[in-house]
Design a protein around this ligand. Structure first.
Ligand code: HEC
Length: 157
């Protein structure tokens, strides 16, 4: 019966629509700043972890590959900040309100990461494993110290 079919299609459409609404992972804000910055941070983590396995000697050091990874991290580490727009403190962000309350300090923490990744690229260009190790530590410190200050353990709801 056609009317039954139409009713069925209607029910299915409603279900799909409701499922999309209830999905918190869908960022409905213009420009999707929270989703976009979290995506960049996750790429940063992946790239850093790639180098981390070499640093922990779980993978053999290859100067050419390492330099590419260091340059990729440097490129990525400039990307999240424009997504911290004034109106982007909404769920499911883990950014603390301090990001917006202390923009100068947040900027300094970004600079610290910029300096550390620049050191890492320089050391990788020189193929100097000792310098690489120390710069990599600086990078990890820069990630951690900003997180300690500006990132919550659990997302906003
Ligand atoms: C200047 C501060 C700062 C620095 C430096 C920083 N982060 Fe973050 N990071 C944040 C903030 C703030 C958030 C929370 C973003 C949000 O949820 O809106 C975050 C979130 C993340 C997340 C979670 C993303 C998600 O899906 O929720 C990862 C992973 C991450 N950062 C990795 C890194 C790595 C790796 C580094 C260093 C290479 C780094 N971050 C350096 C501030 C920083």
């Amino acid at each position: 019966m056609p009317s039954k079919k139409i009713a069925l299609i209607f029910v299915c459409c409603m279900a799909a629509w409701l499922a999309a609404c209830g999905d918190e992972s869908v960022d409905r804000h213009p420009g999707q700043p929270v989703k976009n910055r979290q995506a960049v941070f996750n790429k940063m983590l992946q790239t850093k972890d790639g180098m981390g396995t070499v640093m922990r000697e779980h993978e053999i050091y290859d100067g050419k590959i390492f330099l590419e990874q260091a340059r990729e991290l440097q490129r990525l580490s400039r990307e999240p900040w424009p997504y911290f727009t004034p109106d982007s403190n909404y769920a499911p962000t883990r950014a603390k309100p301090l990001v917006w309350e202390k923009p100068a300090e947040f900027g300094e923490a970004q600079h610290d990461l910029g300096d550390a990744t620049a050191l890492l690229v320089k050391a990788a260009e020189a193929d100097d494993l000792k310098a690489i190790r120390s710069a990599f530590k600086e990078v990890e410190i820069a990630c951690r110290s900003c997180h300690n200050k500006f990132r919550n353990a659990i997302p906003l709801r």
